[in-house]
Design a protein around this ligand. Structure first.
Ligand code: NAD
Ligand code: MG
Length: 382
């Protein structure tokens, strides 16, 4: 039985992770949970899984929960996320499943690596912001970082068919998000409701907006560079509206290995939870007789300035992807609160990136400081 330390338990990935725990109750024991706002959902989870420690956002919630569940320890704020990630520090067989959104996931991941806990990472912003730091620390501590993202799970599976030096390129597929068929002109007036209608996946709000702007795909390229130790020019991105091929690896003999499955995140989650084994899953099998065709299109970079900015940030490297992420988090939040228009998102990110003076080999403290400075500047003007 593996112990699970789960951050972001009430979110889309968190809930689907717990569905796998429910299917395989003999294999996993939930030790810690975190939730920010959905306290009633957390109460249901506490009653069901009886964890030892829970992290919430406010002291008030932590105190109320402690009165109700006297045998469980409750913490609040950022330090409690670290506590949830590193609880029972000697348990190096346990796994941290990080399903938080945004940079909030970075510090807990780093602390869990320091206690040699393997990481299952849905929180892609951790690698976007701190990829160099996280991956080198993981190497030093012999810790594995397994992806929970359909594309990276696909690449991971495809890479098992050859040697690293035999890989010629990685082909990441993109559904195209909510606005695949719109022109750049039409994007000027799209609303929050339009942007939240993802054609294939039901996900948290932030990643759904990131999919509409294609920042999500930019993040995924950066994530892949760090996870699989690739160069930016080894990665190609292609639109594949059906989301059946989750990504591909081309080898030097021009043989391409692809991973196909229904678009259901429970598959990449369970693959990471059981790796190196495979188990029966709740994901439906593909019926090729019903699947009439698969389509591929070029990603129109002109329509997706966020994708271009993400590529620019990885070329500059160092502290630039942190600026990209911070400005994006703040701008997406403003868009979700209907304070700015859809196309203001890339504009705000571009301004921050232009004004940023690069910091070489940024430390965790540098990254957290840059993150707050960028966000403060953006919120101050709105
Ligand atoms: P979500 O919004 O549904 O859930 C986020 C969870 O994190 C919630 O439990 C929330 O309480 C918590 N949280 C958010 N911000 C927090 C903060 N500042 N402090 C503490 N807790 C906080 O998001 P999601 O769709 O589950 O996505 C989680 C991560 O997984 C993201 O990084 C996303 O990009 C990635 N991801 C998601 C999917 C998907 O299908 N949903 C697919 C691939 C990758
Ligand atoms: Mg993805």
């Amino acid at each position: 039985m593996k112990n699970i330390y789960l951050l972001g338990a009430t979110g889309s990935i968190g809930r689907q992770t717990l569905e796998i725990v429910d299917k395989y109750p003999e294999e996993f024991k939930v030790i810690t949970l975190s939730a920010r706002k959905r306290i009633n959902d957390l109460i249901d989870l506490i009653e069901k899984y009886n964890p030892k420690f829970c992290s919430v956002e406010t002291k008030e919630d932590a105190d109320n929960l402690a009165d109700r569940f006297p045998d469980i320890i409750f913490g609040y704020g950022k330090s409690s996320l670290i506590h949830a990630a590193t609880f029972q520090p000697k348990d190096s067989e346990g796994i941290l499943i990080n399903a938080l959104v945004g940079i909030a996931g970075l510090h807990p991941t780093i602390e869990a690596i320091k206690i040699k806990r393997n990481i299952l990472l849905a929180n892609k912003e951790t690698l976007v912001v701190g990829g160099d730091l996280v991956m080198s620390l993981a190497k030093q501590n012999s810790v594995s970082v397994y992806p929970i993202d359909s594309e990276h799970s696909a690449i991971w599976q495809c890479l098992q068919n050859g040697k690293k030096e035999e890989v010629s390129k990685i082909i990441i597929t993109a559904s195209g998000g909510a606005f695949r068929n719109k022109s750049f002109e039409e994007l000027k007036n799209v609303t929050k409701e339009d942007a939240l209608k993802h054609p294939n996946w039901s996900m948290g709000e932030k990643i759904t907006i990131d999919s509409a702007t294609m920042m999500n795909k930019g993040f995924e390229v950066i994530e892949a560079i760090h996870l699989f130790d690739l160069l930016p020019n080894q990665i190609e991105t292609i639109i594949h509206p059906e989301s059946i091929i989750h990504s591909m690896v081309e080898y030097i003999d021009h043989s391409i290995i692809a991973q196909l499955s229904s678009h259901d995140m429970r598959l990449p989650i369970q693959y990471a939870m059981f790796y190196p084994n495979r188990k029966d899953s709740m994901v439906s099998s593909i019926d090729f007789k019903k699947l009439s065709s698969l389509h591929f299109e070029t990603l129109k970079e002109d329509n997706y300035p966020c994708f271009r900015l993400a590529m620019e940030s990885i070329q500059k490297g160092q502290s630039m992807p942190c600026v990209l992420n911070a400005a994006n988090e703040a701008a997406v939040d403003l868009f979700l609160n209907e304070k700015i228009a859809f196309l203001d998102i890339p504009k705000m990110i571009e301004v921050e990136m232009k004004n940023h003076v690069l910091i070489q080999s940024p430390t965790l403290e540098d990254l957290l400081r840059i993150d707050s400075e960028v966000k403060e500047r953006i919120y101050l003007n709105h």
